[in-house]
Design a protein around this ligand. Structure first.
Ligand code: AMP
Length: 555
């Protein structure tokens, strides 16, 4: 209960200092066992971030359970949801409304942090035949013991929508304060252990001394180094002092591979465990990597029968799969390109310069290919290399500073990405949805359509909530409301009037829209007040760009 009250306090304020100080005070009061589970839950996670355990409880299942438990008119939910835009708050309202009915079954004892964690563990462990029913029963038991406020936050954790604004960086601050250690030490330990909850627990039991002994551990994912953008190869060369290492930028998924003897685990870009989805990568690493212990990074891409890279969406199917992995493995083959090594046989390599890490990587990687590389100071040669990458169906280039160390969790200039964007499209807004949380009163999610030159109809090719400032969204909401022709739940259909310029990274095949295509990573770059809907781009043009992609890429 205390934890739910704490989350409520966090949600109510946007003052960061206040947030940090209430969490600090809370952490100080916890027993050692409670520290890691509490930190995880405050951040909206049932388990530490690196944990392979998942709850696998969907919103449909949850609604079923909540309806059964509360026997309340579901209008209460819908109304609270449209007022707050927050699922958790709406669940709280339903629980409150059902209090008189539930009184008889409600236990007097409040839920404890450890009980909730154990309950999450049982839910995650439910497997085999009848596991869905088992999970449902466990969730029902947990929620039936919850007060309305507790239910609010349990549901938020179950569906992964905490949104209190108290993020990981603030948690690191609170941990540093609660245990009286410098923030840098906490950050360093988090980088090594991959989880702030665990660092807090370590501090609680072992104090400063335990913290100073923390080093890399195999099977604890390390935060990823990220890249900033460079417009072109010249800028990258300039930024890196005249010479740099260009590598192909593959359009796949980044993975961090941990190996200890024969045991191999693979983590995704979000540092979740995806070992199960990539059995052939595990085998490859077991066979080829010449090191007892290692942490490596690379990119996996999906390829077609000819080995040509395929659109990113195919690869994503590999990650979403839990069952039928063998079958998908045959249908969507993947390839791995390695590009970094962070740790080798007991030694951290992150302070070594890029060239040295790359050398060590090449000695360790056996037959696994490394990302194609060109070290040069010559812009023309770099331009040629970029063209090669694009012609082979890849996304562009990365430029890596030769003397750059590996900086976990930092998006710096030691790595620069260069990817030519596709030509922007001018599209028409044909519908919009109200947003969530802070944006729940604004029409902030837009359906973008291209005109069919043959029929004159507007066909949706994508949806985005990205690109506009708050002020622009408020103004857009006002204009769209004037253009509204129909409201269905939280969606408003409007007369096609407003034209916006849209950037995107790729056009995917998609059954979602009538035209069979969808823009990936669409974002509005500006509002085209100067254009009428008749002057917007046509669906024929979208199809042309879509087809052009396959001159280089596999289908
Ligand atoms: P972005 O996701 O646009 O910020 O670009 C950075 C991402 O590019 C990384 O997280 C990797 O997933 C991916 N990537 C592809 N090729 C490489 C490479 N050779 N080196 C580093 N990252 C790469």
């Amino acid at each position: 209960m205390a934890l739910a009250e704490l989350c409520e306090k966090l949600e109510e304020t946007s003052k960061r200092n206040l947030m940090v100080s209430v969490v600090t005070a809370f952490l100080e009061r916890l027993s050692p066992d409670e520290v890691e589970p509490a930190v995880s839950m405050i951040l909206g996670r049932p388990f530490p971030r690196w944990s392979p355990r998942v709850l696998d409880v969907g919103w449909t299942t949850l609604t079923k359970i909540i309806r059964r438990l509360t026997k309340t008119n579901w209008k209460v939910f819908s109304q609270a949801f449209s007022e707050t835009g927050d699922v958790g708050s709406a669940v709280k309202a339903v629980f409150e409304a059902s209090k008189p009915y539930r009184q008889a079954t409600l236990l007097e004892k409040p839920l404890t942090i450890m009980e909730v964690r154990r309950s999450f563990e049982s839910i995650a462990e439910a497997s085999g035949a009848g596991s869905r029913e088992k999970r449902e029963r466990l969730v029902e038991a947990l929620l039936s013991a919850a007060e309305p406020l507790e239910a609010k936050y349990l549901v938020k954790i179950l569906i992964g929508e905490m949104r209190t604004g108290f993020h990981e960086g603030l948690m690191e601050l609170a941990v540093a304060k609660a245990f009286h250690v410098p923030l840098e030490d906490v950050q360093r330990a988090c980088m090594m252990l991959g989880d702030v909850g665990e660092v807090a627990a370590l501090l609680k039991t072992g104090g400063k001394e335990a913290l100073s002994k923390v080093g890399f551990r195999v099977f604890r994912p390390v935060r990823l180094m990220m890249a900033q953008t460079a417009e072109n190869v010249e800028e990258a060369l300039r930024e890196h002092g005249g010479e740099t290492a260009f590598e192909y930028k593959f359009d796949g998924a980044r993975i961090q591979i941990h190996k200890d003897g024969a045991a191999v685990r693979i983590f995704s870009r979000r540092l979740t465990d995806v070992t199960q989805s990539l059995p052939e990568i595990v085998e490859l690493v077991q066979r080829e990597v010449k090191a007892e212990k290692a942490i490596l990074e690379g990119e996996v891409i999906a390829v077609d029968a000819d080995g040509k890279p395929m659109a990113f969406q195919h690869l994503m199917r590999r990650f979403k799969r839990v069952r039928g992995i063998e079958e998908t493995r045959r249908r969507i083959p993947v390839r791995l390109f390695l590009f970094d090594v962070l740790y080798l046989n007991g030694q951290s390599l992150i302070h070594e310069p890029y060239v040295e890490r790359r050398r060590i990587l090449s000695e360790t990687s056996g037959e696994i290919p490394l990302a194609n590389q060109l070290v040069t100071g010559d812009a023309q040669a770099a331009e040629q290399f970029l063209k090669m990458a694009l012609d082979e169906g890849h996304e562009g280039l990365m430029a890596k500073r030769l003397d750059g160390d590996y900086t976990p969790g930092i998006r710096g200039k030691k790595w620069l990405k260069i990817k030519p964007v596709l030509e922007p499209l001018d599209l028409v807004i044909v519908a919009a949805e109200y947003g969530y949380g802070r944006r729940h009163n604004w029409l902030s999610d837009y359906y973008l359509a291209a005109r069919d030159a043959e029929t004159g109809r507007f066909l949706v090719v994508g949806k985005t909530f990205k690109g506009l400032t708050d002020e622009e969204i408020i103004e857009m909401t006002r204009r769209l409301k004037e253009l509204a022709v129909k409201e269905e739940h939280r969606r408003v259909i409007v007369t096609p009037k407003i034209v916006v310029e849209v950037l995107y990274n790729e056009i995917q095949k998609s059954p979602k829209y009538e035209c069979g295509m969808a823009l990936r990573f669409a974002r509005i770059s500006r509002i085209r007040e100067d254009k009428t809907p008749e002057e917007a781009d046509t669906i024929q043009k979208v199809r042309e760009i879509y087809e052009k992609q396959f001159l280089k890429k596999g289908r």
